[in-house]
Structure formats: C-alpha cells, structure tokens
Design a binder for this molecule. Structure first.
Ligand code: PLP
Length: 340
C-alpha cells in the first residue's frame, strides 16, 4: 500500500468520473462549440451567481488571467506574503502583467482590512506604482488550509470600493472553506469581482480550473487565455470530469477535514514534534523538534513505510488529505506515526 499525502492533487479519477468522461459529448471549445464545456461554465457561473465563467487548464492560468484583466503594466497588486500568486506562479505577475506585488505581513496567509488599506499607494503620488488590485486566497495554502473570517473579507471589499480597486479571490481550495465554514458560493460571488476555483485539488479531477466574473471580464479573459495558449479543443472530456466532481465530490471534503484533525491529534502527542498548526481543512503543517529528530530523516523513515509527505522549508512539513486516501490507509498511517 502506497500512501501519498504530499498534496490533494495526486488523486486519480474515480470510476464514476471516468464513466462521465467516456460518455461526454464534445466539440471544439476554441470555437466555443463544446457542449460539455459550455454546460460546465454555465453551471459554475450559476453556483456563484455570476454572469459568466471560463474553463482553464490550471489554477495558475486562471489567477494570471484575472491579474492581467484587472491591471495595466506598472501597476501594483496587494496580497499576503504567503500568497500563491506571489510565491508559486513562477513570477507570472511580473512576466505576464508587468505588475509588482505589495506584500502584507498577515497571519497564516490572511490580512486585515487595515493592513490592506495601509498598503495602498496614494493614486496622485505618481512616483509609486498605481495600486489596482487586491488578491485574497481561501483556503490559504502556505497558511495551512486556514479559512478566512467572512466579515474580514467584507471589510476588505469596502476598502476596495472606497479606493476603486478590483478584488480577486484565488479560490483553488474554496470548496474546502465553504464546507468547513458552512458558507455558500453565492456569498463569495457577491463579494468578489473575479474568483478562480480549482477542480484538480480536493475535487479530484485530473485537470481544470474555472474563472467566474462579469460578462465583460470573461470576454476579456477569453482573449487573454488565447494569448496564454490556454485554449483547448475537445475539452469536454475534462469538463465532464469537473461536472461529475462538483456533483459528487464536494460533500465528502468533510471526511478529508476530519481525517486531517485525527492526524493532527496523533502528531501533537509525539515527543519529537514541536508544533502542529491549527487544522481547519485538509492541510496539516507541523514542525519537528530538530534537537530530537531531523526532519529529513523523519520524511525518509516515512518513505520506507511507503508513506509520502513533503517539506515546506524552514523545518516545516506538510500533509494533505484527499479523495484517494482511504480508511485503510488512514488507520495504517496513524498506527505507523504513533509508533515511530
Ligand atoms: C494549487 C493552487 C493554485 C493553482 O495551481 P495549479 O497547479 O496551476 O492548478 C492556485 N492557488 C492556490 C492557493 C493553490 O493551492
């Protein structure tokens, strides 16, 4: 038995998902004539009560497209220092949009409305970059799957309105937050100009991400996706997996969350573990007490037991639960770590 907990992206399509893909009706999506892609876009737009949506190959491309459509070269966006758009998108903010990031020193990837407001450059001071966009991430990846307080998101929205800034949500794992906090997609659609969601994380699709926004924003996004080389042809096979996942794999995220909590409890009881960060969703970030055990050795020892986890640098390790992590694997894993 091989247990891979490095990410929730390691999942393989379930039998039901493969069936849905095999029987998908497809067309050429570059001509916008793939009925299944069109159905997916309509479905996701409706879920968020937005005018339109666009299917993409990756979450990086949806975020980069959103940043491109909300900014001009030379502008600055505001995000937390942990933000995926800043840390893990290959410098695309500058490469694709000619934009810089003003980093906020938030807590677990989350900032306050006061911090956001303080990070805005005065628009009439032409020496500094023009602030035009605020990017939020929910759940936060590097922040350990933490969920935002929705009230703070509303307060930041008020700051955006006051200063005429666009408001984008990187919702790669928004599904996890909606389940954990009992929130609705509608609430988020109401608040943000654009939202990117991923289908290839907790929902278990092989590929896919969707951007939602107004009709005008999505028209612009279509052109940008073309420029980025993200147009796909018979993408309905992938969209069918996405529709299946939205219908069948959202509720079960609560299992990933409860298993993550159980893992966290066992980790907390181990003498060589210094700290386990609070667990709200499916991500567990923890630190080894390097005086007692070397973190690389710990990862290696798990590997010898066919268990794979990943280091995040600075002595931090990460575990992510997911769809292909079965009850059997869970019992075996808990038993193994308790006896290391
Ligand atoms: C995974 C992820 C993305 C997008 O990643 P892709 O691998 O390009 O799909 C964006 N934001 C966050 C927070 C993520 O975790």
């Amino acid at each position: 038995m091989e247990i891979n907990l490095i990410s929730d992206t390691v999942t393989k399509p379930t039998a039901g998902m493969l069936d849905a893909m095999m029987s998908a009706e497809v067309g050429d999506d570059v001509f916008k004539t793939d009925p299944t892609v069109n159905a997916l876009e309509k479905k996701v737009a409706k879920m968020f009560n937005k005018e339109a949506a666009l299917f993409f190959p990756s979450g990086t491309m949806t975020n980069q497209t959103a940043i491109k459509l909300h900014t001009n070269p030379g502008d600055q966006l505001i995000c937390d220092k942990y933000a995926h758009v800043y840390n893990y998108e290959g410098g695309g903010v500058s490469f694709n949009s000619g934009v810089s990031c003003k980093l906020v020193d938030g807590h677990r990837g989350m900032m306050t409305a006061e911090q956001v407001e303080a990070a805005i450059n005065p628009p009439d001071f032409y020496h500094s970059p023009l602030t035009s966009l605020v990017c939020i991430e929910n759940t936060t990846n590097k922040g350990g799957g933490a969920c935002w307080d929705f009230n703070e998101l509303k307060r930041i929205k008020a700051v955006c309105e006051k200063h005429k800034l666009a408001y984008h949500l990187d919702g790669a794992r928004l599904w996890n937050a909606l389940i954990a906090r009992n929130e609705s997609a509608y609430q988020y659609g109401d608040l943000f100009d654009t939202i990117s969601i991923c289908l290839s994380k907790g929902l278990g699709c092989p590929v896919g991400s969707v951007l939602v926004g107004s009709e005008l924003e999505i028209q612009k996004a279509l052109r940008i996706r073309k420029v980025f080389g993200g147009g796909m042809r018979q993408a309905g096979f992938l969209a069918a997996a996405a529709i299946y996942a939205l219908d069948h794999h959202r509720d079960r995220l609560k299992n990933d969350h409860s298993r993550a909590l159980e893992i966290g409890k066992v980790l907390e009881g181990l003498s060589f573990i210094k700290k386990v960060e609070p667990i709200e969703t499916n991500i567990i970030i923890f630190e080894i007490d390097e005086d007692k055990m070397n973190s690389n050795e710990f990862v290696e020892e798990l590997k010898q037991n066919n268990i794979h986890i990943i280091g995040m640098g600075q002595g931090k390790l990460r575990i992510v639960t997911h769809l292909n992590y079965s009850d059997d694997m869970h019992s075996y894993f808990l038993e193994r770590i308790a006896n290391l």
